[in-house]
Design a protein around this ligand. Structure first.
Ligand SMILES: Nc1ncnc2c1ncn2[C@@H]1O[C@H](COP(=O)(O)OP(=O)(O)OP(=O)(O)O)[C@@H](O)[C@H]1O
Length: 277
């Protein structure tokens, strides 16, 4: 739990004249579930995108201590970052971003198919993830034939089918009613931190954040509180409790992002993760 996995240091991100991130330092450890909260426009999605290599910050660095050593995301080419995202990270978005023309199992298998896995093996692994997430028997349904919560579970399966142990989620329950949201968050937590993996989740929902092991709050592109520990007083914003944040040093750039996804299926017992609260 205390092994650092991601170190973001002095992250700055600008869109034209708008500063979305104004110097963010953050260390995320293996096995944590970290909720990123803050008002609309505070920089949550920008931070998630920098942490996960979707965006390259204008300044600062993100170091990922992956299975093959440390990698500085900001030093990678666009192609290398894409490959790292595809092979080492999983993503769950608010609307799932599933392909409506494909079935549940085809959607869940997509990352494996894109990585060159034979269809049969990819779909078998995807089906075992769907079953673990409570969607056994729904493999052949198209996305439009699933409820919002079921579709979001397909997205959770797709995020992890390639063996990713670091999952990024942006408002994964934002489009769901409160009871479905609890179930989907339950499935997300069980399938990630429940297996020793790491979850970083952007959310507006305090009930979602309350289920995470740590909450980081942003305001105007800065971390203003972190339940994991104190931040310098200079970073505190009015209206927030004593701010908290542990800064991480930038790591040395490295070159290789090679990572072979595990061929293991989901590590679930007979009961699956869907079962409840
Ligand atoms: N593509 C873009 N072009 C210009 N400005 C952007 C872009 N994306 C975000 N911004 C601006 O950057 C700032 C941070 O945006 P970001 O989406 O990270 O905030 P957020 O906290 O995730 O907001 P929300 O909760 O509304 O999704 C905001 O001022 C936003 O308007």
């Amino acid at each position: 739990m205390n092994t650092p996995l991601l170190h973001a240091s002095s992250l700055v991100l600008r869109y034209g004249t708008t500063t979305a991130l104004a110097g963010v330092d953050l260390v995320i450890h293996e096995g944590e579930s970290v909720a990123i909260m803050g008002a609309s426009g505070s920089g949550k999605t920008s931070l998630l995108h920098c942490l996960s290599g979707i965006l390259r910050p204008d300044a600062g660095a993100v170091r990922f201590d992956g299975p093959l050593g440390a990698v500085d995301l900001s030093a990678l080419s666009d192609g290398e970052r894409s490959r790292l995202r595809r092979e080492a990270f999983g993503f769950v978005f608010q609307q799932g971003l599933l392909v409506p023309e494909l079935t549940a199992v085809e959607n869940a298998a997509l990352p494996l198919l894109l990585s060159g896995y034979p269809r049969r093996e990819a779909e078998a692994r995807a089906a075992s993830w769907l079953a673990a997430l409570g969607l056994g028997g729904m493999e052949q349904r198209r996305i439009g034939e699933l409820s919002g919560g079921q579709a979001q579970r397909v997205a959770i399966a797709r995020a992890q089918v390639g063996g990713a142990t670091l999952i990024f989620a942006d408002e994964p329950t934002g489009a769901l009613d409160s009871s479905t949201s609890v179930d989907v968050m339950d499935a997300l937590l069980r399938s990630t931190v429940g297996q020793g993996h790491t979850l970083v989740v952007v959310t507006h929902d305090e009930t979602v954040a309350a289920r995470c092991s740590r909450t980081v709050r942003l305001s105007d592109g800065r971390i203003v509180s972190d339940s994991a520990g104190p931040v310098p007083a200079s970073a505190a914003m009015p209206g927030y409790a004593p701010a908290g944040q542990g800064a991480g040093p930038a790591g040395p750039p490295t070159t290789s992002v090679a990572h072979v996804p595990t061929t293991d299926g989901p590590a679930f017992g007979g009961s699956g993760w869907e079962s409840g609260r």
